[in-house]
Design a protein. Structure first.
Length: 148
């Protein structure tokens, strides 16, 4: 059983790592802080925690999208339809339910692998700024202030 059913964890970890490294490059750190605290091992653990968050969030989002009246969540169901058909229509219930079933059953076919990449891209586009980047920058800012 795969620990991460709802994302491609390896691919998403690489994307998040690159995103956070890019953000770190924009920040002027005290050299000793960067050298002592912002190690590759620390970043890897931090990204691991974000991957766990992403997997849990996508489990919730995919289940919530079963209810077409749900407005509290972003419409991954409609975006998935566009991903498959190339057109922006309301969702295809059978197609979306098949996606969720294949993911929950840990189907390893080519379409499922492609769908997990879609979910990664969708997750980053939808949540990266508020759930990953902003908290990361705020945490580093506070941590560096306490460290100095």
């Amino acid at each position: 059983m795969n620990k991460y059913k709802f994302i491609n964890s390896e691919s998403l970890a690489n994307s998040i790592t690159n995103l956070l490294k890019s953000e770190m490059d924009k920040i002027h750190f005290i050299p000793e802080f960067r050298e002592c605290e912002l190690t590759d091992a620390w970043l890897k653990e931090y990204v691991h925690d974000r991957i766990e968050d992403a997997n849990e969030e996508m489990d919730i989002v995919l289940d919530a999208a079963y209810d077409p009246c749900t407005t509290a969540f972003f419409r991954i169901d409609v975006d998935y339809n566009k991903h498959i058909t190339g057109t922006e229509n309301e969702r295809d219930d059978a197609q979306f339910k098949d996606l969720v079933k294949r993911i929950k059953d840990e189907d390893h076919h080519t379409q499922t692998k492609s769908d997990l990449e879609f979910i990664n891209t969708w997750y980053l586009a939808t949540f990266a700024q508020d759930n990953i980047v902003k908290p990361f920058i705020e945490m580093l800012d506070e941590w560096q202030k306490e460290w100095a």
